[in-house]
Each structure stands twice: as structure tokens, then as C-alpha cells.
Design a protein around this ligand. Structure first.
Ligand code: C5P
Length: 400
């Protein structure tokens, strides 16, 4: 982000505090940051903190002490203007060209690209007028960063949370660094475990949390893709409501959902820990304990990765995951060819701090065109960004 000029517009919303971290992330990476705030934004976050962190005066008024703030030059100075958090009030003014403060004057005169990160309570976010205003902004080529689901300022839980500072940062990075994005790409991701029923209360499952697949869904979403996430039983869910989530329980259900998109998807990322076997028959009543051994007959589940590998076209890109306990790279290479995948992401089991259920992971990507790229242990969301960039280069036939 060295030398990139970013203009941040802050409006009155509790989420304004997150901008402190965003400014920090941007300046640390060498970006130049200038900030414009509405009057009400100054009640939520201190201009002093922001001017200190950005190293530039924070502007709030069209004029102060006989000086006129040159909104036209500010809009021309920036490589990108991000209005975050975007309140319902400023959203409606932007949609209709109202110009009653410095932030709006800068927006209306900005020649650079503009993005907004809305933040509001769910009821306001879902109001038809808000939806209409968002559509209006989109039609004016403003980038709208999806809102998240979670705790809201009102104390309620729902849609309307502003994206997190790290996500805003990686969004800006992708816009400004010309790094590969996945606009107009449809991506199908499987994630989480599957549960294979034995009887009404028992199942065969595994410890997968779905974290890696969810991080990938979020990273692809940020990179502009249309994301369809087929998620096995997991208490987690992606932050962005733009991601289409299909909740499934069994491998068969996961298989059926993926098959619905088999022809139309451009990229498949099979990160789920699918149970290889399922009980041959599911008992209708709870199994009663008896003396002696219990034998449960198992049937093979469909191998989703394999089936997609058999029927994919040259324009479709297929990613598989591997978790190996011995001869990791050899086995991953074998999987690459036997499943006809375009790349395999090998999870390391060497480090006890990474992997299943953890927030960090350590991977190696082995691709069909002979590349082997090792990544150091890092957070699953940072790795997801690396994977998204790697796939983009592969899809666009650039050297990764
Ligand atoms: O062959 P193995 O199960 O080790 O392969 C792991 C990869 O295959 C992962 O990408 C996993 O999501 C996928 N897989 C699948 N369907 C299965 C089993 C595994 O898609 N039934």
C-alpha cells in the first residue's frame, strides 16, 4: 500500500471506533491517509486520535477560521475514498445528492473510486428505503462493502454490522494494489464436518470447525466473487450476508447441494472434512445397549471432490484439501491426480498450534502445473487471502 492515497469519510455511528484500527493498518503499510468527518461522527471518535494516527489534520467543516476546505482537491488527491461507517442518514443524502457538509461535498466532487461500509441496526438496514438507496449508490458505481451479522449497538443481534477493520483493509488492498480479484466469478465452497446418523441421537462425525472454509468464503466475497458456501454442522457462520450459505448435515446433502451448482460454478473449493463412510441403515429408534460387541455396517459416501473432478470443464477450477499424517506431500500429489484437482491445499499436522478448530493454519499448495508453495503458520483469514490470490493467478494463467 506504499504511497497509496486513501481518503476516509467517517459518519455518525458506533462503528466509527473501528476506523482507528483501519487507519493504523493503512499507515503501517505505507498508505497516506486523510480523514473527513461529519459533525456527529466526532461524538463517536476523537478527531485528535485520528489526526495523530494519520499524521494529517482531520477535516469536518467546509470552512474554518476564514479558511475554505478545498473539497474538490481532496476528492482529486485520493486514489480511493472510503466512507466508513456509512450511516443511514449519509446514505440517503449520498443517494440524492444532498450537499450539506464537507464529507458530502467531497463525495460529490470525488473523481476517484468510492466505497462505502454501511453500519446500522437491522431494522434500518432492512427498511425498503435503505435497500433502495443502496441500489441507487450501486447504480452510481459506488462499491458497497457487505454488512455482517452479529451483535448490534442496540443490543440486538442481526444484520447491519460494519465490516471489521482487517476486512476493510484487505478490501482496499485488493482495490488499490490491482491484485487479482474474482469479480463475476461464482465460487462454491464446502466447509465443516458432516454428521452421518446412526440413530436419532447418535452420529459419526469429526472435529472440523468449518473455520478455514468460512474464512475462504469471506476472502472470496471480499474479492468480488459470488460465493455459495455449503456448510456442514458448525456453530460458526460467515460475517457477510452476501454469502449464500446452505446448511447441510450429511455428506449426501452436501453432495446434492454442490451438484446443483456443478455446471454454473467457475471455482470449487472443497474444504469440508466429509465423512468417507455412513451407516448402511439409520435406526429409527435409539439403539439400546446390549451385552457384547456392536458392529455397524458402513457404506461409502459420495466423494464430492472426485465427482466434480470427473465432470469439470477446462474453464472450471477445482481445489481440494488434504490432511495427511504420513508422506504428506507424496500423498497430496497422488490426491491431486487421482481427484483431477487443479490444486491441493495440504494442511500441516506438524505444529500443534495449527489446524482443526484453531484460528491458525499452516499450508502448502501443490498445483497441477507443478508448483509447490509453502506458507508459514498464520491466521486462517490471512491464509484465505493468500489462497484467493493464488487461485486468481492460476485462473488467469499468471505465474503465481
Ligand atoms: O480423499 P480425502 O478424503 O483425503 O480427500 C480430501 C479432500 O476431498 C477434501 O478436499 C475434501 O473436502 C474432499 N472430499 C469430498 N468428499 C468426500 C471426501 C472428501 O469432497 N466424500
Amino acid at each position: 500500500m506504499q504511497g497509496k492515497k486513501i481518503l476516509i469519510g467517517i459518519t455518525g455511528s458506533i462503528a466509527a471506533y473501528k476506523i482507528i484500527l483501519l487507519v493504523r493498518l493503512l499507515t503501517k503499510e505505507g498508505a497516506e491517509v486523510k480523514i473527513v468527518m461529519t459533525k456527529s461522527a466526532t461524538q463517536f471518535v476523537s478527531p485528535l486520535v485520528l489526526s495523530t494516527l494519520s499524521g494529517n489534520p482531520v477535516l469536518t467543516d467546509l470552512s474554518s477560521e476564514n479558511e475554505w476546505a478545498n473539497h474538490v482537491m481532496l476528492g482529486r488527491w485520493a486514489d480511493y475514498m472510503m466512507i466508513a461507517p456509512l450511516s443511514c442518514n449519509t446514505l440517503s443524502k449520498m443517494a440524492y445528492g444532498v450537499c450539506d457538509n464537507l464529507l458530502l461535498a467531497v463525495y460529490l466532487s470525488a473523481t476517484c473510486r468510492v466505497g462505502v461500509a454501511p453500519a446500522m441496526d437491522e431494522d434500518m438496514w432492512l427498511h425498503p428505503t435503505t435497500k433502495q438507496n443502496i441500489e441507487q449508490l450501486k447504480s452510481q458505481h459506488v462499491d458497497v462493502i457487505p454488512v455482517g451479522f452479529g451483535g448490534l449497538a442496540s443490543g440486538l443481534t442481526g444484520e447491519g454490522r460494519m465490516a471489521e477493520p482487517e476486512q476493510l483493509f484487505s478490501f482496499l488492498e485488493k482495490q488499490l494494489m490491482g491484485s487479482p480479484i474474482h469479480k463475476n466469478k461464482k465460487v462454491v465452497i464446502t466447509a465443516g464436518p458432516t454428521y452421518e446418523h446412526i440413530d436419532p441421537v447418535r452420529f459419526i462425525g469429526n472435529h472440523s470447525s468449518g473455520k478455514m472454509g468460512i474464512a475462504l468464503a469471506e476472502a472470496f466475497c471480499m474479492a468480488g466473487a459470488e460465493v455459495h458456501l455449503v456448510l456442514g454442522p458448525s456453530h460458526l457462520k460467515p460475517k457477510y450476508t452476501d454469502i449464500q450459505v446452505y446448511h447441510v448435515t450429511t455428506a449426501i446433502q452436501m453432495y446434492e447441494k454442490v451438484m446443483e451448482h456443478a455446471k454454473s460454478a467457475h471455482i470449487f473449493v472443497m474444504s469440508a472434512a466429509v465423512a468417507d463412510y455412513k451407516p448402511k441403515s439409520v435406526l429409527q429408534q435409539k439403539h439400546k445397549k446390549k451385552n457384547g460387541e456392536l458392529h455397524i455396517e458402513l457404506d461409502l459416501n459420495p466423494d464430492i471432490l472426485f465427482v466434480i473432478g470427473q465432470q469439470k470443464t477446462n474453464d472450471q477450477y477445482l481445489v481440494g484439501f488434504a490432511l495427511e499424517t504420513e508422506n504428506a506431500k507424496e500423498n497430496a500429489l497422488e490426491k491431486l491426480s487421482s481427484k483431477n484437482a487443479d490444486c491441493i491445499i495440504l494442511n500441516s499436522l506438524e505444529d500443534p498450534e495449527v489446524g482443526f478448530g484453531k484460528d491458525t493454519n499452516k499450508i502448502c499448495i501443490l498445483s497441477k502445473n507443478g508448483q509447490t508453495v509453502d506458507f508459514p503458520a498464520k491466521s486462517k483469514s490471512l491464509l484465505a487471502n493468500d489462497i484467493v490470490s493464488f487461485i486468481s493467478k492460476e485462473v488467469n494463467h499468471e505465474v503465481a
